[in-house]
Design a protein around this ligand. Structure first.
Ligand code: PLP
Length: 358
């Protein structure tokens, strides 16, 4: 290695590999929890018409005020809650970490969970403590989480609700206990909110340290990169100081506001995905050697026969379907794959390829 790089680049960064996104060309893409549906033609036309007026020579509205109004309305964000927007929720995680990072500051979360809590914590120089979920159903081990919170005194505790990559939803009462016991901020990451009826969004303000994080990615706007944090304004005002100016670009501001004014279109797509999730789950449960885990999200975690995940993943790819291979990502994910719920014909193609690959 270049000796200057070796000397200057932080050792923990040298030890990483950059975020990898596999090439999905020519494949049915069921690896990234995207909404598989495109917009109806008339809506698409109207959107393009709207974009004609956008001035890309100007910086965007730094606060995305018009978008904030639409977001509050369409997402039902409580009036008294503060609101902070990010370039995807990933950026919000980064802003949170930059806000509280400092010597000895810790991040606590649940493992297996969303990897960016750990990664971004590491980028910001924070220590990460993952509390293992309980086998065999990935349920939350409340005494273990409370003990970790007591021991680590974390500045940030992230809970994905429902969880990625396991798809399950933790008990609301356990979440309440963690929030009440935490000395720092608890961020309830509701990225998969469109696919479950459970949410803490309306309860923001009940605790001084609870923030609810959402994204528009999973409802069908992943390409726009927009997430938000709702919570006490005194906290969000501090986090806002770490936000880069103009973090929400002008095309995203206009397009997301436009899309959210047509929320029923996306709700209908979400309803179809939820229906397909149940059909896919039943089909997977009927396959010998396959163990699917119940999901409240738009993906299903499944376990295949011991030692076969790599071959099944390759077989699916040969059959034209890309999923996520989680074998090796965490000890409790041995032999596990994660499939995003697609359109009916995509799910059928996945099931057919899976039968052939098993
Ligand atoms: C739990 C969870 N939070 C956040 C994200 C990132 O969302 P965004 O696209 O808004 O950055 C993901 C993406 O997969 C996720 O699974």
């Amino acid at each position: 290695m270049n000796p200057l790089i070796e000397r200057l680049v932080r050792p923990e960064i040298q030890g990483l590999t950059a975020y990898q996104v596999p090439d999905a060309t020519g494949l049915i893409k069921l690896d990234a929890m995207e909404n598989p549906y495109v917009w109806p033609e008339d809506l698409h036309r109207e959107w393009l018409e709207r974009l004609k007026d956008v001035q890309v020579n100007r910086y965007p509205d730094p606060r995305a005020s018009a978008l904030q109004v639409v977001l509050r309305e369409s997402m039902g964000i409580p009036e008294k809650a503060g609101l902070l927007l990010g370039n995807g929720s990933d950026e919000l995680i980064q802003m949170l970490a930059l806000t509280v990072a400092g010597s000895g500051r810790k991040v606590v979360s649940l493992d297996p969970g969303f990897v960016m809590y750990r990664m971004i914590g590491l980028f910001a120089g924070m220590e990460y403590r993952g509390v293992p979920l309980r086998p065999p159903d990935f349920s939350l081990d409340l005494p273990a989480v409370l003990a970790a919170v007591e021991q680590e005194q974390p500045g940030l505790t992230f809970i994905a609700y429902p969880n990625n990559p396991t798809g399950n939803l933790f008990e609301a009462e356990a979440v309440e206990r963690i929030v009440a016991a935490s000395p720092g901020l608890v961020i309830l990451d509701e990225a998969y909110a469109p696919f479950t009826d459970a949410s803490f969004l309306l309860r923001v303000g009940e605790w001084p340290n609870l923030l609810v994080m959402r994204t528009v990615s999973k409802m069908g706007l992943a390409g726009l990169r927009l997430g938000f944090l709702a919570g006490p304004t005194e906290w969000l005002d501090e986090v806002d100081k770490t936000r880069l100016p103009y973090n929400i670009n002008v095309l995203t501001q206009v397009s997301a506001a436009f899309a959210l004014r047509h929320r029923p279109v996306f709700d209908e797509q979400t309803r179809r995905i939820r229906g397909e999730r149940e059909r896919l789950f039943a089909a997977l449960a009927g396959l010998v050697g396959v163990e699917p885990y119940p999901s409240q999200a738009n993906f299903i975690l499944l376990r295949v026969p011991a030692g076969s995940a790599g071959a099944v993943f390759d077989g699916l790819k040969t059959g034209g379907v890309l999923v996520k291979n989680l074998d090796g990502a965490h000890p409790s994910l041995a032999d596990c794959l994660r499939v995003t719920v697609g359109r009916p014909e995509e799910n059928d193609a996945f099931l057919e390829a899976l039968r052939a690959a098993l």
